[in-house]
Design a protein around this ligand. Structure first.
Ligand SMILES: [Zn+2]
Length: 235
């Protein structure tokens, strides 16, 4: 099994299991999201801020997506990438690549050297899902802050939204820890994992040393401009 091979390399390569980087699955799978993901799934569907983008070129973070994800799964991952790229607003940018069918140790070495992250689909028999916090996780991110792996434990997802799950893990890739609520809460909830909230973006901005006020985040409906009473709108 090629991912048995990858985890051997991973553990031999100086990576640590980040204690903060486990997305726990305490809610039953039947507690799936009520409405699901809006059709277009883009940032506009979630009411994001719209600050002027970075004037200079972004720092690229390469993601290498495993071919074991179905094409539908890949669409969900791309939605998560699109939301993060919108929130990161040109300061940092995820670039999604597809991993080749067979992954050589040379390629793993190259990805590690260039600071890329592998997004792998495994099942609950995989070693990463069989130890410590991985035992109850939907997904686990391991790395050294610059490069590493995001493991999605496919058979534990149930009806949960993969976009939300990987969006949370990508928060860890970008340096965020856990929060009491919202996207970076340690326990998955359909409502919390819908979009990149202010507090999640604040942790990432801090870790990436980018100006928070020039990034974007989703705004709860009650605070959106278009929900202002008519009398307060312009003329
Ligand atoms: Zn987490």
């Amino acid at each position: 099994m090629r991912f048995t091979r990858i985890i051997t390399m991973l553990l031999g390569g100086g990576f640590a299991l980040l204690a903060v980087a486990v997305f726990l699955s305490c809610l039953p799978a039947s507690a799936a999201e009520p409405g699901g993901v809006p059709d277009d799934g883009g940032p506009a569907a979630f009411g994001y801020t719209d600050h002027p983008p970075s004037p200079s070129a972004p720092r690229i973070v390469d993601l290498y997506v495993d071919r074991d994800f179905s094409s539908q799964d890949r669409q969900h991952i791309l939605r998560a990438v699109r939301q993060w790229n919108y929130a990161l607003n040109g300061y940092v940018e995820f670039r999604a690549n597809l991993l080749p069918d067979t992954v050589s140790s040379k390629m793993i070495g190259e990805i590690k050297r260039t600071g890329g992250w592998i997004v792998a689909r495994v099942d609950s028999r995989h070693p990463i899902a069989q130890q410590g916090e991985g035992l109850h996780a939907l997904a686990v991110t391991v790395g050294n802050g610059r490069t590493g792996f995001v493991y999605v434990i496919g058979d534990r997802l149930g009806g949960r939204d993969l976009t939300g799950v990987v969006m949370h893990e990508f928060g860890h890739v970008l340096g965020a820890g856990h929060d009491s609520a919202g996207l970076m809460a340690p326990v998955y909830s359909p409502g919390g994992a819908r979009c990149i909230d202010h507090d999640a973006m604040a942790m990432v901005a801090d870790a990436q040393r980018i100006p928070l006020q020039q990034t974007n985040w989703c705004v709860p409906p009650a605070y959106r401009d278009d929900r202002r009473p008519p009398l307060m709108s312009q003329r």
